[in-house]
Design a protein around this ligand. Structure first.
Ligand code: CA
Length: 382
């Protein structure tokens, strides 16, 4: 079997109601998808994570100009060799950010092909699933106007609870006083029965984050995600030793080389690599092994379309709980609930919450099918 072609699909749609997180306004939802075909007629799909402020055309251009020439005509079963070639041949202008982001999409598409070639879901090819379903948590609570609106946040929390969520993550990073009041108000409104996390998208420095951690500890926050810049690993170490709230980060880190520093320096309690950005299955299984060796749990970052969601579920299935006992601490699924015109439509609404859980897809490859009408509907020039 040989890789015959790689197409990139750039999808984008302006949002009817743009929303803000601590770094800026998200005016559109976009995806960069890779469609890989083989000489015996198989098709595999992959996705690059597209952050709220990220133009999807960048990853598409890297796939077309830098990665496609490396993998065309190659055997997809040589996926490890192909990954290292892609990384090594882009090292001088890659290593972090858009290049591993693009490599991830190609790698995921290759694994989807391998699954379809063998008739197995990707988690079987990676050594098997530790679980058949995963508990989702709701990511949302973005801002639609300036300032915190407690009534809006409480109404959103109620919607998530009604949808079956038992855990949810608040967006903070809008100033210490505002954040502290917001977190306590939401906790008070929803009560103690639900897991609450907060995410500042690296809006603070060590001093202000330490003050914030102390002030929100009484609200029983499960983890504080990206309190400070991803470049400040020593800052994370300082914060981790100052609080009972778990520290989490990783969506802005890439490859086993990048994660080596976070893991070996014990910078966080929870690592959050994004499969569609940190390097795809080939690299994230190595990041998982690193994390296991340092006894650090992984709860992946997920913010893509249905393809990224399905891929992340395949990866989550393979994460070993540590320790593996009768009541293991299980990974949970980040399930973005913010506006996205084609997140579910792209995969025929295949991944829904049932009885508070999301099932790991068991069909070949990623375990989902792609709706080509949606590709046409949201395609933009690139
Ligand atoms: Ca985040």
């Amino acid at each position: 079997m040989k890789i015959r072609d790689i197409k990139t699909h750039v999808l984008s749609k302006p949002l009817d109601k743009p929303f803000a997180f601590s770094m800026g306004w998200v005016n559109q939802r976009s995806s960069m998808l890779v469609e890989l075909t083989t000489d015996d007629g198989l098709t595999g799909w992959g996705e690059s994570l597209c952050h709220g402020l990220q133009p999807p055309q960048i990853a598409a251009s890297i796939v077309q100009h830098a990665l496609k020439p490396i993998v065309l005509g190659q055997d997809p079963f040589d996926v490890d060799v192909l990954w290292e070639r892609m990384y090594n041949q882009t090292r001088a202008f890659g290593q972090k950010g858009a290049v591993p982001n693009a490599i991830s999409a190609v790698d995921i598409a290759i694994w989807d092909c391998l699954g379809r070639a063998t008739g197995k879901p990707i988690h079987k090819l990676l050594g098997g699933a530790y679980r058949t379903q995963v508990q989702p948590y709701a990511t949302g609570f973005y801002r639609y106007r300036q300032g915190a609106d407690i009534a809006d946040a409480v109404a959103e929390a109620r919607r998530h609870i009604d949808a079956g969520f038992k855990a949810m993550k608040l967006k903070i990073g809008f100033g210490l006083e505002e954040d502290i009041a917001y977190v306590h108000s939401v906790r008070q409104a929803i009560g103690q029965g639900y897991q609450l996390m907060v995410d500042a998208n690296h809006a603070y420095n060590v001093g202000s984050a330490r003050r914030l951690l102390k002030a929100i500890e009484p609200a029983q926050i499960h983890w504080f995600e990206e309190p400070i810049s991803p470049e400040d690993i020593d800052g994370y170490r300082e914060l981790k030793n100052s609080t009972d709230i778990y520290l989490a980060a990783g969506e802005n880190e890439f490859t086993k080389i990048g994660f080596r520093e976070w893991v070996s320096r014990r910078a966080v309690d929870i690592l959050q690599p994004d499969l569609c950005s940190a390097g795809g299955f080939t690299e994230c299984r190595k990041i998982s092994a690193l994390a296991q060796a340092w006894h650090t749990p992984i709860i992946p970052h997920v913010w893509g379309s249905g393809i990224g969601l399905a891929a992340s579920l395949q990866f989550i299935a393979t994460l070993p709980p540590s320790p593996l006992g009768l009541s293991p601490i299980e990974p949970i699924l980040e399930y973005d609930q913010s506006d996205h015109p084609f997140r579910q439509a792209l995969i025929f609404d295949a991944l829904r919450i049932e009885d508070g859980m999301v099932n790991i897809p068991t069909g070949p490859g990623l375990g989902i099918e792609v709706n080509r009408d949606i590709l046409d509907q949201y395609a933009v020039a690139h």
